[in-house]
Design a protein around this ligand. Structure first.
Ligand SMILES: *[C@@H]1O[C@H](CO)[C@@H](O)[C@H](O)[C@H]1NC(C)=O
Ligand SMILES: *[C@@H]1O[C@H](CO)[C@@H](O)[C@H](O)[C@H]1NC(C)=O
Ligand SMILES: *[C@@H]1O[C@H](CO)[C@@H](O)[C@H](O)[C@H]1NC(C)=O
Ligand SMILES: *[C@@H]1O[C@H](CO)[C@@H](O)[C@H](O)[C@H]1NC(C)=O
Ligand SMILES: *[C@@H]1O[C@H](CO)[C@@H](O)[C@H](O)[C@H]1NC(C)=O
Ligand SMILES: *[C@@H]1O[C@H](CO)[C@@H](O)[C@H](O)[C@H]1NC(C)=O
Ligand SMILES: *[C@@H]1O[C@H](CO)[C@@H](O)[C@H](O)[C@H]1NC(C)=O
Ligand SMILES: *[C@@H]1O[C@H](CO)[C@@H](O)[C@H](O)[C@H]1NC(C)=O
Ligand SMILES: *[C@@H]1O[C@H](CO)[C@@H](O)[C@H](O)[C@H]1NC(C)=O
Ligand SMILES: *[C@@H]1O[C@H](CO)[C@@H](O)[C@H](O)[C@H]1NC(C)=O
Length: 671
């Protein structure tokens, strides 16, 4: 009974399938080799899937259902039958990215394609038969490469309907509709299982193509819905199957996992459970999935980089000292390590700049080791010559110690940068305190007088009291720093050349700042103690009068010395006193102004020495009557003429090159 029923069912089924046309389902291809025509690179893998191509370049693979399929009911009724097919496929591209070209579901009069080409031709067409109606081929391509010629093989993830030609009559980027017109991309090259449906309605003459990821239901709206009458394309019997090809430069493995096909009916559903999944990578390195691989690569790169950095660092530590430090540098106690200075100044941050000179900035910093404030003068030059001599001089200057000198702590050279490290002096320079006082702070006369005495004392130390004669060469108000107790501290003597006691200075060029340069220095370039005294004289007048040496507010022609001389000769020297000063001691003021004139005498021999200056200021010795010294008309004239020359632009070229150019008037505003 049961047998009879089942036989009846079988019979019924057979009849149905006959009337409906060819109908088959490969839920995997295990043991189905007999039903398939495999040509080219195609094989059935042991796991039960067809691999049309591996990643070998320029190969073709075909897999066709062995039996011809009747696509027309009869020759007397030439309309093409409806058909439907469901496919599960996968395309595994190399991890390097350039996968290609794709696979195509094909209806063809023959399962073999002699002379067909790889690349874009999918192993179906060739350049000579392409777009010939005699081909009678319908192909639905799942293509991963754009373009049909060799000059345009860009990535392209698209689905197309091809009639007798690789030129698609309709194509769309691979995607599926979720709701309405919203599309989601389907990355066919990902190696994941891709679900595809091709449905042709012979009556409506409409060809639908749909793709979706394997875990999604069949989208209700097909990706492609193309109206076409296949009657003239399809012959009475056709072979159905797949073709794939790889490119010369682009290749992927193409797999067919499962396939269902039906003529005049809906293809049976593929059972999606337990479908084999193609290996993502075929080579031995394929045991990791792409994310894991990426992680491994990233980690390896990281480890490699760390090792490289470590190696470089070690090499640096071992090699750099011998590279940057020459033999002579080792014995320099005042040499700083660059990284210490870098740390102290927070990497020479702009916000740490406290002054700027012609050669570079002055940075404030705190030495991490001691917590002491430092000022770092950074001199940037194009190649420092005479570094060794310079370092030797800094080394010896570093031994200068006087309460009215800014301590030169040391130096450092780094490539083209020369760094000179001084104590940090908090209150800034004398010229800012006089000309641009902050918070209405005005130096009183007592403070000014004390500062002037301090400068004199510092200069005396440089000229006479140390083991060598040190000519400052750039005595001016901006080189006088004021400490927290409002004492004067001379700075920048580091740029002065050293002179042995008694040695007459050699001509090395003019160093100094316009307005403070002694006439004989400008003429001969010979710096001396007397030329420092000249600068000091100008400084005295400046502090007492509150006016700049040249062109102070009035006019460019204003010359402070001349103006004071005029007033002195007219017997009203106190008219030159800084009007911003309230109370002052007249005797001291007269002393300072007259001493200023005496020191800035155009004849060097007429100027006092710093020792004498200190004695005058301390009242140990009366100041000789200045009248006697400036009787001669020529003084005034000389000075005026000189100052005019000095104040004209031409003299600016006096920036000179002692120390190979380190010192110059352009260091003016530095500290
Ligand atoms: C790819 O397939 C071709 C043809 O079947 C074969 O000759 C070749 O060795 C295969 N290459 C690899 C890497 O499997
Ligand atoms: C195909 O056969 C292999 C063993 O030969 C088996 O491991 C695999 O699961 C089978 N696949 C299917 C889809 O039946
Ligand atoms: C062809 O097959 C379709 C599908 O069943 C059917 O509707 C149609 O009548 C058939 N035509 C002929 C001429 O047999
Ligand atoms: C192109 O393909 C056709 C049909 O497959 C074949 O007859 C022809 O020889 C091929 N031409 C070339 C140049 O290979
Ligand atoms: C294919 O051939 C048809 C004529 O048969 C022609 O109109 C069409 O432009 C051709 N297409 C291409 C891409 O060459
Ligand atoms: C070849 O590719 C280029 C690239 O854009 C395209 O412009 C050209 O039309 C293509 N040639 C053919 C014959 O398809
Ligand atoms: C093809 O898609 C259209 C919608 O675009 C639908 O109306 C039609 O029924 C579909 N035909 C087949 C055979 O799936
Ligand atoms: C057969 O095809 C012709 C056009 O080729 C069309 O006019 C006719 O409606 C079709 N008949 C059927 C039953 O599909
Ligand atoms: C393959 O790549 C080479 C070098 O990049 C190039 O010369 C050649 O034209 C490419 N071939 C194809 C078919 O794209
Ligand atoms: C699908 O296949 C699994 C085993 O491979 C089976 O358990 C399940 O019943 C099948 N589903 C259908 C609808 O045939």
């Amino acid at each position: 009974m049961a047998l009879a029923i089942s036989l009846a069912f079988l019979l019924l089924f057979h009849i149905c399938s006959l009337s409906q046309g060819e109908n088959f389902l490969f839920n995997g291809f295990n043991g189905s080799d007999g039903n398939l025509e495999l040509v080219g690179a195609s094989i059935v893998k042991p796991s039960g899937m067809i691999r049309l191509t591996n990643k070998t370049r320029g190969v073709i693979g075909h897999a066709f259902y062995k039996k011809p399929i009747t696509m027309k009911n009869s020759s007397s009724f030439p309309n093409a039958s409806s058909f439907s097919t469901e496919i599960v496929f996968a395309i595994v591209s190399p991890s390097s990215g350039s996968g290609g070209f794709g696979l195509a579901f094909t209806l063809s009069p023959s399962p073999s394609f002699p002379g067909a080409e790889a690349n874009h031709y999918f192993g179906i067409f060739n350049s000579s038969n392409d777009n010939k109606s005699s081909n009678h081929i319908l192909a639905v391509e799942f293509d991963t490469v754009n373009g049909y010629n060799e000059s345009w093989n860009s990535d392209g993830n698209h689905v197309g309907i091809d009639i007798n030609s690789v030129y698609s009559v309709a194509s769309e980027p691979a995607a599926y509709y979720t709701t309405g017109s919203h599309k989601e991309e389907v990355k066919m090259e990902s190696g994941d299982l891709i679900h595809a449906w091709i449905d042709y309605d012979g009556e409506a003459q409409l060809l639908n193509v749909t793709v979706s990821p394997i875990n999604k239901r069949k989208p209700t709206k097909p990706l492609l819905s193309y109206g076409i009458d296949l009657s003239s394309v399809l012959q009475e019997t056709m072979y159905a199957g797949f073709s794939a090809s790889t490119g010369d430069n682009q290749s992927s493995s193409h797999y067919i996992i499962a396939w269902s096909f039906a003529v005049n009916g809906i293809a049976r559903r593929i059972n999606l459970t337990d479908l084999p999944i193609p290996p993502k990578e075929k080579s031995s390195s394929s045991s990791y999935s792409p994310p894991v691989k990426a992680l491994i690569v990233a980690l390896s790169v990281l480890v490699f980089l760390l090792l490289a950095i470590l190696l470089l660092f070690t090499l640096y530590r071992r090699l750099m000292p011998s590279e940057t430090m020459e033999d002579w540098e080792i014995d320099c106690p005042h040499r700083f390590r660059y990284k210490d200075l870098q740390a102290a100044t927070k990497g020479f941050k702009d916000s740490n700049v406290i002054g700027a000179g012609g050669f570079g900035e002055v940075y404030k910093g705190i030495l991490p080791s001691t917590g002491c404030g430092i000022a770092v003068k950074k001199i940037t030059r194009n190649g420092i010559q005479g570094m060794r001599e310079f370092a030797a001089e800094i080394e010896s200057l570093g031994r200068l110690r006087h309460k009215n000198l800014v301590n030169l702590q040391g130096w450092c050279k780094k490539k083209n940068d020369l760094l000179i490290v001084y104590d940090y002096i908090p209150n800034g320079s004398l010229d800012t305190l006089i000309f641009h006082p902050k918070d209405n702070f005005m130096l009183s006369w007592q403070q000014r007088f004390n500062i002037l005495k301090g400068i004199a004392s510092g200069l005396l130390y440089l000229h006479e009291e140390w083991e060598q004669v040190v000519i400052h060469r750039d005595v001016k108000s901006s080189n006088v720093l004021i400490d927290e107790d409002l004492n004067a501290r001379l700075s920048d003597f580091g740029l002065a050349r050293l002179y042995d006691h008694g040695e007459i200075s050699r001509t090395t060029g003019v160093v100094g700042t316009i307005g403070y340069i002694a006439p004989e220095l400008a003429r001969t370039g010979k710096a001396s103690a007397a030329s420092d005294v000249f600068g000091y004289g100008i400084l005295l007048l400046e502090v007492a009068s509150g006016k700049r040496p040249i062109g102070s507010g009035h006019s460019d022609q204003f010359i402070l010395v001349d103006w004071v001389i005029e007033n002195h000769e007219a017997g009203r020297i106190l008219d030159t006193v800084d009007p911003k000063l309230g109370h002052y001691v007249v005797k001291e003021m007269e002393l300072v102004l007259e001493l200023g004139l005496l020191c800035s005498h155009f004849k060097p021999e007429a100027r006092p020495t710093m020792r004498q200056v200190v004695r005058y200021l301390n009242g140990d010795e009366p100041l000789p009557h200045v009248d006697n010294l400036i009787e001669s008309e020529s003084f005034c004239e000389m000075n005026s003429r000189f100052m005019q020359v000095i104040s004209s632009d031409s003299i600016i070229s006096y920036r000179s090159s002692s120390y190979g150019g380190i010192s110059s008037s352009s260091m003016a505003s530095g500290r």
